[in-house]
Ligand binder design. Structure first.
Ligand code: FAD
Length: 401
């Protein structure tokens, strides 16, 4: 089923008419079978309602209060409540989009957030993905401005963040498809059936219940939320044959394979989080008794003036089991940049090369040409609405050239 272009009329308002708003019980979101939605913003008196409207909808043609009553009525008659104050009303368009590049050809300008990617809000990934971008580019810029990070660190921003956005935009569209499926079914069945108590009515209610309980990724996708894997980054030292657990949007598989998020664990005292022991910048974590590899890499970093904290934890068997390896190099954003292969003997030259790569100081050619995955993307299950007027879009930014 394809998601068709549409618009949403939004009303943000205050109401303390809880006996009517909470008629079905307390809620965070209610998705109605006519496509309308209400969101509780503070569980007290602030709410937002959204109503699907045609693309050419004129906001002035509908009083915001009428919109609220229409949303709350679902497929039945309008449901009036006492509204204390209309705070904001506007029309917005759900979009699925990804920028071709995240940085300018000269590598001096970067985009993040909605400027780089947009998704339908189902799943709540938009701002979260944007904050992830901002965090990624911010620590890399800080390293470069301090004079310890090299140019490849900045190049890695796009390699690391763009695949995450593509994955999230696609998944958000799939969540929207879940809602669209039952909305279409219920609109087709008609309000009498949806609201009634006949056998047909009970059957459709049961169908919707089963459908949303089965397709509940919007509330449960810990793979999307936690299992980031930076598999195409020039500042991660890849393993020869990484044994990545199969990725699924539904589950998070903790791992220290370079490119994964370092797994969280409490030390054996039960209260100290390993994250609290990391340095502010890079950290080498060593669970071995002797700690010789970590000491060697720490000394090399010190000599080069690179910020690296040494964390030696020789008596943490349980955390060592979760972390899978004796020696792991963790970045300021808690991603694993490198880990030592068991049984391998490392020379100073080997470890010096590791530091060069993870600080982006290895002499890599600048990433000016589009690499793989930059071909035009058509998100699955989404109907393309209209061609962008590229000339118009470019003229909006003309003042910057
Ligand atoms: C209905 C809805 C629900 C959402 N729910 C969630 C959610 O639950 N979770 C979530 O993570 N995300 C959610 N999002 C997405 C989230 O709101 C956006 O991803 C986020 O606001 C993007 O932030 P941004 O700073 O990148 O862009 P924006 O918020 O768009 O900020 C850009 C700012 O730049 C300003 N600006 C633009 N051009 C110029 C210029 N030339 N000069 C100066 N200023 C300029 C704009 O006025 C704006 O203030 C939702 C979005 C919608 C529409």
């Amino acid at each position: 089923m394809a998601i068709r272009p549409a618009a949403m009329y939004l009303v943000h308002f205050r109401s303390r008419d809880l006996s009517r708003i909470h008629r079905q019980g307390q809620f965070w979101h209610i998705f109605f079978t006519h496509g309308g939605v209400i969101i509780s913003q503070d569980e007290v008196d602030t709410w937002t309602t959204h109503l699907p409207v045609p693309l050419d909808f004129e906001q002035s043609s509908m009083d915001p209060r009428v919109q609220i009553y229409k949303v709350l009525g679902g497929q039945g008659p309008a449901f009036e409540i006492d509204v204390d104050e209309i705070l904001v009303s506007s029309v917005w368009r759900p979009n699925n989009a990804i920028a071709d590049r995240y940085c300018s050809p000269g590598g001096r300008a970067f985009i993040a957030g909605d400027a780089a990617h947009q998704n339908i809000p189902t799943g709540g990934y938009g701002m979260n993905t944007g904050l992830g971008d901002a965090y990624d580019i911010a620590w890399k810029l800080a390293m470069v401005l301090k004079g310890v990070g090299g140019a490849t660190l900045l190049d890695s921003y796009e390699n690391e963040r763009r695949p995450v956005a593509i994955r999230n935009v696609q998944r958000a569209a799939e969540h929207m498809g879940v809602h669209q499926h039952y909305v279409e079914k219920c609109l087709e069945a008609g309000s009498e059936v949806v609201i009634g108590t006949s056998a047909e009515s009970l059957a459709i209610k049961e169908y919707v219940k089963k459908h949303v309980n089965t397709h509940d990724g919007e509330n449960r996708d810990s793979g999307i939320e936690m299992d980031y894997r930076l598999q195409d980054s020039p500042v991660i030292v890849p393993e020869a044959q990484p044994s990545w657990p199969e990725w699924t949007p539904k589950a998070y598989a903790p791992s220290t394979i370079p490119g994964s998020r370092a797994p969280h664990a409490f030390l054996k005292d039960g209260i100290t989080s390993i994250y609290d022991l990391f340095g502010k910048e890079y950290t080498v974590v060593d669970f071995s008794k002797e700690g010789s590899v970590s000491r060697m890499i720490w000394q090399l970093a010190k000599f080069e003036g690179l910020p690296l904290t040494l964390l030696h934890l020789p008596d943490e068997e349980l955390v060592r089991t979760i972390w899978q390896r004796d020696v792991t190099l963790v970045r300021p954003d808690h991603f694993v940049a490198w880990r030592a292969t068991p049984g391998m003997v490392y020379s100073k030259g080997d470890l010096s090369q590791v530091l060069k790569q993870v600080f982006g100081r290895a002499p890599e050619p600048r990433n000016d040409k589009p690499s793989s995955g930059r071909e035009a993307i058509a998100f699955q299950g989404v109907e393309r609405s209209f061609k962008q007027d590229l000339e118009k879009v470019e003229s909006l930014a003309a003042f910057q050239t």
